[in-house]
Ligand binder design. Structure first.
Ligand SMILES: Cc1ncc(COP(=O)(O)O)c(C=O)c1O
Length: 396
């Protein structure tokens, strides 16, 4: 037996990627699978971005770049942050990474270590606790609920801050809930962070995908607080998940520390993708707006159809492309020999009997919901919600 380093046991695999693999396997077996587990847009990368990538290769952008990214890509990020988010930073305050995931990972490695505590709100994106574990720090998980818009319970947050606390991770719009925090919730969080001198990691990967109100970036709410790190991505906004382009904006010292770690792991972010990212961030924003309009329409379709099904419920998520469906009322029921007592059971039932792929809440630190993505065609949303209605009605 191979003796692995302890960190392998310390980290969990990604449940969302696992479900995508299951969906693929069933599809290969010829099943009519409807995949509501996708964590990425179903659109192709807009043409002008693809063309910029091709041209980048022709123009010789085929070599290593500086560890923190090409100067022109860092410059493009600053222009984007100014244009869209009212954030004023210099290129030296930006690091470009192979996806925002990579930037978040590097930042955890740079700032957290053994003995440190990092506050994360459940339901959380699956990777946050794992990054903290990999940094040998301790994630402190605080609950949140749909009744309070998945915002923190501030009395609990204040009580959870100890002399060991080093950071708080915010993710709005949220994966998995689709929830968008109010400005007041962010202000209160910043106030508590300020009191105890904590880092705020603001994961804004879904910033472009807010449907009911303009997005407000955490760093724009309190530009004077220097411990706010802004993480954004080309993945969801520009349908570029496979290009692996994300970035962080924050203090120069943090950028430099992250660049040191990045330089000794991946050397640099992908050169070709960095040129394509410039086209994405500073070029025609029309395709991104069209994708956003499609997601908004699909959200309505999905929420309307799910809301009509007795026994399950969801709010109207303000952003991202996820619905977090409450399935608690189904616990204790059964159908076709399947007993339901957890979100995992609901997910397994929908998958095995109806070929509808979802992600159960447990992986997100939740025990009442399943996550449904609406990053799929309208007709597939109609079919999938029809199958969910049939599945639920069979339970007794
Ligand atoms: C909340 C959240 N943060 C970060 C990421 C990572 O995005 P990227 O593709 O830029 O690494 C994801 C991807 O699913 C996400 O959902």
């Amino acid at each position: 037996m191979i003796k692995f380093a302890d960190r392998v046991a310390r980290v969990k695999g990604s449940v969302t990627l696992e479900m995508t693999a299951v969906a693929l396997q069933l599809r290969n077996e010829g099943k009519d699978v409807l995949n509501l587990s996708a964590g990425e847009p179903d659109f192709d990368t807009p043409r002008h971005i693809v063309e910029a990538g091709k041209k980048a290769m022709d123009d010789g952008f085929t070599r290593y770049t500086p560890a923190a990214g090409l100067p022109q890509t860092r410059e493009a990020v600053t222009a984007k942050l100014k244009r869209d988010n009212n954030i004023d930073v210099t290129p030296a305050q930006v690091i470009v990474s192979n996806g925002a995931k990579h930037a978040l990972f590097n930042a955890c490695m740079a700032l957290f270590q053994e003995g440190d505590e990092v506050i994360i709100f459940a339901p959380y994106w699956v990777s946050f606790p794992e990054f903290v574990h990999l940094a040998h720090a301790t994630p402190v998980i605080l609950g949140s609920d749909p009744e309070s818009n998945f915002e923190p319970h501030f009395d609990e947050l204040a009580a959870a801050i100890t002399p060991r606390t080093r950071g708080i991770i915010i993710n709005s719009p949220s994966n998995p809930t689709g929830g968008v925090w109010s400005r007041e919730a962010i202000e209160q969080t910043i106030a508590l962070a300020r009191e105890s001198d904590l880092w705020i990691f603001s994961d804004e990967c879904y910033e472009r995908l807010t449907y009911d109100a303009p997005f407000e970036s955490t760093a724009s709410i309190d530009p004077a607080y220097e411990k706010i790190l802004t993480f954004q991505s080309c993945s969801k906004t520009y349908a570029m998940t496979g290009w692996r382009m994300g970035y962080m904006a924050g203090p120069v010292e943090v950028v430099n520390a992250m660049a040191k770690i990045q330089g000794q792991s991946t050397s640099s972010p992908n050169a070709i993708a960095q040129i394509a990212a410039i086209a994405a961030l500073t070029g025609d924003q029309g395709p991104a707006e069209e994708m956003k309009a499609a997601f908004k329409r699909r959200r309505e379709l999905m929420v309307d159809r799910l809301s009509a099904i007795p026994g399950i419920s969801c709010g109207n998520p303000g952003g991202a492309f996820y619905v977090f469906l409450n399935v608690e009322e189904l616990f204790g029921k059964q159908a076709q020999g399947v007993q339901i007592s957890s979100p995992r059971d609901v997910s397994a039932y929908l998958l095995k009997k109806y070929y509808v792929v979802t992600v159960s809440g447990e992986g997100f630190g939740d025990d009442k919901h399943i996550r449904l993505s609406y990053a799929l065609a309208d007709e597939d949303i109609i079919k999938a919600t029809g199958r969910i209605a049939a599945a639920v009605s069979e339970l007794e």
